[in-house]
Design a protein around this ligand. Structure first.
Ligand code: NAP
Length: 292
């Protein structure tokens, strides 16, 4: 049997010369053992992420970035509840995860009653929710003076209120079990601003504030709350732009290409894992270097 001791150079496989070879005691023997301490034995240098005991809920998981996230989580053996307004598409996406890994739920995240019902249904079907990814989002782009009150409310209610409602209902179980991961999908424009997107950028900047405040509230219960800020990702949401605009975006991205759903999903997967157990309240930008 392998040694149960943990080495400091187990930290994400980085062999730090300063720490190399030093051994720290097992966590349970350590005088101070924070509940969120890294729980990865030193032989696991390969960063294998195993979520086989976990249940994830991904809003907007029926297509685009959310679907990539659902696939990545299922690929790490999590059970995944796929939430979208269109229940048939949510079911189809969940079924495609294979092997009973997923289940679809119809829910408009901006409706408090529907969110409560959906969270209760997922908890009944899977027993618990360990990971919440607030990914559902929408746009109603226009210049400030042309944004209607309705378009303002639709965007804020979906992107920001939806995350608030989902978090409020899904976090209760996490708090009780003293383990949870909440990841909010914001956007680089929530950090940098963007012409023609006052409603969208306000919602995404608001999500960053929500992430930071809730991370402080839930940290003592080992519920970690972070945000991922994608740049320009090739999905249905971004299909409407002209080829010229697309080219100019690519020129503005140091890595020279648009992002893929998988680029965002990989960041989310990392944040759900034990490798991220000392990270909370952060915004991880995934944009190929576009906004520095
Ligand atoms: N694509 C990008 O370049 C980019 C960049 C930065 C950030 N983001 C963010 O990443 C997230 C996903 O974007 P995406 O490009 O993958 O979008 P997308 O392809 O348009 O997919 C949006 C998903 O959200 C669901 N949804 C929309 N409104 C909903 C509501 N009220 N309740 C429940 N589900 C709802 C949709 O399903 P239904 O229509 O069936 O409800 C769909 O599954 C969004 O939050 C977006 O703001 C995207």
């Amino acid at each position: 049997m392998r040694s149960a001791e943990w080495t400091t150079n187990a930290e994400c496989g980085v062999r730090n010369a300063e720490f190399k070879g030093k051994v720290v005691p097992r966590h349970d023997a350590h005088p101070y053992t924070p509940h969120s301490a890294l729980r990865i034995p030193h032989w696991r240098y390969s960063m294998k992420i195993d979520l086989s005991e976990k249940v994830a809920l991904v809003t907007g998981g029926s297509r685009g970035i959310g679907y990539s996230i659902a696939r990545s989580l299922a690929g790490a053996s999590a059970k995944v509840a796929v939430v979208a307004r269109d229940g048939a598409k949510a079911n189809a996406a969940a079924t495609s995860l294979g092997d009973g890994a997923g289940r679809g739920y119809s829910c408009n995240v901006s409706d408090a009653g529907q969110v409560e019902t959906a969270v209760a249904a997922v908890e009944k079907d899977f027993g618990q929710i360990d990971i919440l990814v607030n990914n559902a989002g929408t746009t109603r782009d226009n210049l400030l003076f042309r944004i209607s009150e309705e378009d303002w409310s639709t965007v804020l209610d979906t992107n920001l209120k939806g995350a608030f409602l989902m978090t409020k209902h899904a976090a209760r179980g996490m708090i009780k079990r003293r383990w949870g991961r909440i990841i909010n999908i914001t956007s680089v424009v929530g950090i940098a601003g963007n012409k023609g997107q006052a409603n969208y950028t306000a919602s995404k900047a608001g999500l960053i504030g929500l992430t930071k405040s809730v991370s402080k509230e839930l940290a003592s219960r080992n519920v970690l709350v972070n945000a991922v800020a994608p740049g320009f990702i090739d999905t249905e949401l971004t299909q409407t732009i002209t080829p010229e605009a697309r080219e100019s975006f690519i020129r503005a991205i140091p890595l020279g290409r648009l992002g893929r759903g998988l680029d965002v999903a990989s960041a989310v997967l990392f944040l759900t894992s034990e490798y991220a157990s000392y990270i909370t309240g952060q915004v991880l930008v995934v944009d190929g270097g576009m906004v520095l």
